[in-house]
Write a protein that binds this ligand. Structure first.
Ligand SMILES: Cc1cc2nc3c(=O)[nH]c(=O)nc-3n(C[C@H](O)[C@H](O)[C@H](O)COP(=O)(O)OP(=O)(O)OC[C@H]3O[C@@H](n4cnc5c(N)ncnc54)[C@H](O)[C@@H]3O)c2cc1C
Length: 254
């Protein structure tokens, strides 16, 4: 979906798919593509007309298609398991039957996929926060200063309480959205709320976990510094948290 000059503003993408007989020829450049160079297939959105967001279509492109090239892996602050690279389409020819849906349905397909994807990000972020709290609580009970466990200080115990409250409320938002989805009801707004609440909670909780561990939290001897770095990206991808606010406010003000 993303391109170097079209991130949050998906509808401004310029990658183009031009119909040529029984196939399309795709030309353009995608940015930030997870698992690029490893995937067997790429779900790709490209412009089939100049009608803004209504001019996008969706294609399945085989990973070994002629003309498909990949940029250098991005040097990221975390998520090292996920190779992220540009995907360059140099006149890549794909059969017309590899188009998903009709021409012009690309935006609707993308938005629908993002709704579900946001639930996955929200759930993952909540698990990340829970992991950070587990490490922080165990450390706070064991580490002693001033002759007693640091957890015996109300100032620190209240920080742990706030972490628990943030995680519990975050979990409720994504479960609510997921239940609506399972019931076949509208869940777009709730998915955006869950993505926003859960990833902001993960950022706060993982940062606080580093604080609970003090200097040890800042080292790679404990996992919380990594959790903090992993939490950051969840506020950015699958639509930044500013874009979630855009989605939510449009629903509320419609
Ligand atoms: C590790 C990683 C993996 C990714 N994987 C994929 C992938 O597999 N496929 C894919 O398509 N993309 C992927 N992305 C891209 C990701 O979805 C984009 O980074 C994201 O949508 C934001 O786009 P951008 O980076 O161009 O930021 P921009 O859109 O340039 O935004 C920059 C800042 O401006 C803010 N902003 C922009 N517009 C508004 C507005 N209207 N109101 C308020 N604030 C605004 C944003 O919130 C952000 O803070 C990945 C990104 C990362 C970091």
């Amino acid at each position: 979906l993303s391109e170097p000059l079209a991130g949050s503003d998906v509808a401004s993408m310029t990658t183009r798919a031009t119909r040529d007989g029984d196939s399309y020829v795709i030309k353009g450049r995608k940015a930030w593509i997870s698992h690029a160079g490893h995937a067997d297939f790429y779900t790709t959105f490209a412009r089939t007309s100049d009608d803004g967001g209504r001019g996008l279509s969706c294609f399945i492109v085989p990973g070994d298609a002629e003309g498909l090239e990949f940029g250098a892996p991005e040097k990221k602050m975390g998520l090292h398991c996920d190779t992220v690279r540009e995907v360059i389409f140099n006149d890549v020819r794909v059969d017309a039957d590899r188009r998903i849906g009709d021409e012009g349905q690309g935006m609707a397909i993308a938005l629908s996929a993002l709704d579900s994807g946001r639930l996955g990000i929200a759930a993952g972020a909540t698990g990340l926060a829970q992991g950070a709290l587990d490490v922080a609580a165990a450390y706070a009970k064991e580490r002693e200063q001033f002759g007693r466990p640091i957890a015996a200080n109300q100032g620190l115990a209240f920080l742990i309480a706030d972490m628990e409250a943030a995680i519990t409320s975050a979990r409720a938002t994504y479960l609510h959205a997921a239940r609506l989805r399972d019931a076949g009801r509208a869940f777009s707004k709730e998915a955006a709320v869950a993505k926003l609440v859960c990833t902001d909670a993960a950022m706060q909780v993982t940062t606080d976990a580093v604080q609970v561990l003090g200097g040890a939290g800042y080292t790679q001897d404990f996992p919380v510094e990594r959790y903090m770095r992993e939490a950051k990206v969840a506020q950015i991808f699958e639509g930044t948290n500013q874009i979630q606010r855009l989605v939510i406010s449009r629903h509320v003000l419609a």
